[in-house]
Design a protein around this ligand. Structure first.
Ligand SMILES: Nc1ncnc2c1ncn2[C@@H]1O[C@H](COP(=O)(O)OP(=O)(O)O)[C@@H](O)[C@H]1O
Ligand SMILES: [Mg+2]
Length: 305
């Protein structure tokens, strides 16, 4: 059996009477990329902050590398890297100076810091930026610098809180390539995101809603379990107009949603019958294609429930 590196047991956090994280349980194995998904306010950051030993659970417990976050938060902190949602880099320092600063915080000696900076800047492609001021760098590169800071002391587990928020698609892809590589090297990655397309990089995910985990497991399994219905992608020239026609008939047809220039319909009907229904309602479409559910379709369906 693979080692369990992160383990949550009825983990709960209340702020006054408000339950931000509600009795959640899960485990993450060595080398896994575990994705925590959910809308704003779902409780993702609160969960991460508990697992990093930064705030104490109200009840339940969590274990990271075998240490209780309640009993031994200091031992936990030594073994993890944490990239917070609002990561703090010093704008008036260079990339190298920021890394040196974090190395000092982690208690590494200057020789080791130098060695690690060299390794990390090669590994995550920061060599060209290493002596530039952070304030002069684009957002996507700053994100990589923040990741480098979290990796400097070579932690076993890395917690990333929405690491790609606001980053353009090309740099997002590059960031995920680095994460995939870390996982291959045996690092355990716990990552939160609200970009549904990013879950394809995760080995397993938890979907969080109002403090609870409403779904957990391998992505394909979740997709199959939760989709007994068919999803069709309808190509139309004027999505909004056609959407308005369809939404009036949703009782009869099924779930209807807009996805850019397409309309998605989730229904029990076979394609021919759906074509008929669209024509009956004067929908001006050029193509109907049956598609696999995206994580977004699943999320919308589960949260609606
Ligand atoms: N220190 C705090 N005091 C009171 N409420 C908090 C505090 N931190 C978070 N919350 C609340 O807990 C809920 C979950 O927040 P958070 O964990 O940041 O969600 P997410 O990261 O999924 O967006 C939110 O409703 C938020 O307002
Ligand atoms: Mg958050």
């Amino acid at each position: 059996m693979q080692d369990i590196v992160v383990y949550a047991e009825n983990l709960t956090k209340k702020f006054g009477n408000f339950v931000a994280v509600d009795n959640i349980c899960f485990e993450v194995k060595k080398g896994e990329i575990y994705g925590f998904l959910g809308a704003n306010g779902a409780g993702k950051t609160t969960t991460i902050r508990m697992l990093c030993g930064l705030i104490t659970p109200t009840s339940g417990d969590g274990f990271v590398c075998g240490f209780s976050i309640k009993e031994n938060p200091e031992e936990v902190k030594k073994r993890i890297g944490y990239m917070s949602q609002k990561f703090s880099l010093y704008n008036i320092l260079t990339v190298r100076e920021n890394l040196e600063f974090y190395g000092g915080i982690y208690g590494l000696d200057s020789g080791l810091i130098k060695k690690r900076i060299k390794e990390i800047s090669e590994k995550i492609d920061l060599k060209e930026e290493i002596d530039r001021l952070v304030e002069d760098l684009p957002g996507g590169i700053k994100q990589r610098v923040a990741l480098a800071c979290a990796l400097l002391h070579d932690p076993q587990v890395i917690f990333l809180d929405e690491p790609t928020a606001g980053v353009d698609p090309v740099l997002r892809k590059k960031f995920w390539d680095i994460i995939d590589e870390l996982s291959l090297q045996g690092k355990t990655v716990f990552v939160t995101t609200h970009y549904m397309d990013e879950v394809e990089h995760c080995h397993r995910i938890a979907l969080m809603d109002e403090g609870k985990i409403i779904k957990e497991g391998k992505i394909n399994k979740i997709k199959n379990q939760d989709f007994d219905k068919k999803i069709y992608e309808i190509t139309v020239s004027d999505p909004v107009t056609e959407y308005k026609k369809l939404i009036k008939e949703k009782e009869k047809i099924g779930d209807i949603s807009l996805h850019g220039s397409y309309i998605h319909i989730i229904t029990d009907f076979f394609k021919e019958k759906l074509k008929e229904l669209l024509s009956d309602n004067n929908v001006d479409f050029s193509e109907i294609k049956q598609i696999n559910p995206s994580m977004e379709d699943i999320f919308i369906k589960l949260v609606k429930k």
